[in-house]
Write a protein that binds this ligand. Structure first.
Ligand code: GCU
Length: 425
């Protein structure tokens, strides 16, 4: 009896001290050690996929694995959705039109979509990405409604109790670079991620995982917040298909950090996205989970349990048991153009792990006759490398900057070209 008690209390103290120990991220490359990655082309029966056709089947197998283990199911039911134009404003001295639309799903959940399109006739390709802290933070235009739900931003003077104030207008405009995007002949579309699901462990309660649970036929715990955001990106794409001025075959999905994780997951599930951009998406995004560098699986599933299925945390410190790694998530994007970007000052996201994640998609891109990153070494600062898959590491901190946008525009300009001087139709 005494021994049992002693054991119980020792175990209890052990657990307590583990929980109390602050997490110290490994930032020493020499301590990462060597890792063995699962082969995207290896089928469950051990044989190797040799062509595109076989890969298409294998692709579904992997998608199912990611749904079962990490991000949860994706609703297969299509819901009726309707839209309403809230405002149309000429901006940038007449160079662009800014639209605000309300998008409603089965009358049960509404989100606000912001669009900035070139003010000229003809269809344009668009960038589509979620924003962190409300549409009003992407531009100083006063006609954008202030987002009224919880956001993670809380800078004094701009936000109060995690709610955007008038002073938050344009707070994150540098991450959107609307003028630059318009000048290059593209449009830009965004929705606050919290309009689909607030970024909190309790966010599912008033997010689409609850409001639309019956219609979608999925319980909240069967999927995840990242799943809900990715679903939101696809539903926004459905809506964009109804806008005559948008070339819906050229929707480039992008996202920064946690929203980059959502962009990758959206691109994997929805092959309509013509190109995918992951800006510093890190752990649970482009970075390989098997590399213990920067944020790791234990830390992310403890800090942000709602981003993934509950059971994903069981792989903490057992990453080698995962059936996949993040290079396989990105392989699901092939043969579409993929850009993975890191920042030197953002070691938390494991830049080298993001690079290796992108590089290990090569075998799948090659099945389509495309060169992905090619056999390149980890590049120097501000030196993009690769072809159909591109990578850069820029100087500076965790952010999405003017430099990043310059490179993304150059990349899609080569592959997802905007139409110049398009005829009226
Ligand atoms: C945290 C989190 C990252 C995430 C980042 C962000 O740092 O640990 O996983 O990518 O926030 O979204 O900015």
């Amino acid at each position: 009896m005494k021994t049992a008690l002693l054991l119980v209390s020792l175990t209890f103290c052990g657990l307590l001290s583990m929980a109390q120990q602050p997490f110290v991220a490994n930032m020493d490359e020499s301590k990462v050690g060597s890792i063995t990655l699962p082969n995207p082309l290896q089928k469950p029966d051990g044989t190797i996929v040799k062509n595109k056709k076989a890969w298409e089947k294998q692709r579904l197998y992997w998608l199912d694995q990611f749904q079962k283990v990490m991000y949860g199911k994706m609703p297969s039911k299509k819901l009726p959705q309707s839209s309403q134009l809230v405002s149309r404003t000429e901006i940038m001295g007449g160079k662009a039109i800014q639209y605000v639309w309300a998008l409603t799903f089965t009358g049960k959940h509404s989100v606000t979509v912001l669009g900035v399109l070139p003010n000229k006739p003809g269809k344009v390709p668009v960038f589509l990405g979620l924003n962190f802290c409300g549409n009003q933070t992407t531009s100083t235009e006063p006609s954008i409604p202030i987002f009224e739900k919880y956001v993670i931003c809380n800078e004094a003077g701009q936000f109060k109790n995690n709610l955007g104030q008038a002073e938050s207008r344009g707070a994150w405009a540098s991450r959107w670079q609307f003028e630059k995007v318009i000048a290059a002949g593209y449009g830009s579309i965004t929705v606050a991620c919290g309009d689909f699901e607030e970024d909190l462990p309790t966010g599912y309660r008033n997010g689409i995982r609850s409001t639309l649970a019956d219609q979608l036929g999925l319980k909240a715990e069967e999927w995840s917040c990242i799943g809900a955001w990715a679903w939101g990106l696809s539903r926004t794409a459905d809506f964009l298909e109804t806008i005559p001025q948008i070339d819906a075959k050229k929707i480039i999905v992008h996202g920064h950090s946690r929203l980059g994780k959502a962009a990758l997951w959206a691109g994997a599930n929805d092959q309509r996205f013509a190109a995918i951009i992951s800006n510093e998406s890190g752990e649970g995004g482009a970075a390989l989970s098997r590399r213990n560098y920067g944020e790791n699986l234990w830390r992310i599933t403890n800090s942000f349990p709602h981003w993934f299925l509950n059971s994903y945390k069981d792989y903490a410190y057992k990453e080698n048991d995962l059936p996949f790694d993040q290079h396989i998530l990105m392989s699901l994007l092939a043969p579409r153009p993929l850009y993975v970007a890191s920042a030197m000052g953002d070691q938390w996201s494991d830049p080298r792990g993001e690079f290796l994640g992108a590089q290990n998609t090569e075998a799948v891109y090659q099945l389509y006759g495309k060169t992905g990153l090619g056999t390149v070494a980890f590049p120097g600062l501000n030196t993009p490398v690769g072809q159909q898959v591109r990578y850069h590491i820029r100087e500076g901190k965790h952010d999405m900057t003017d430099y990043d946008w310059g490179e993304y525009l150059r990349f899609v300009g080569e592959i997802v070209k905007p139409v110049k001087n398009h005829p009226q139709h």
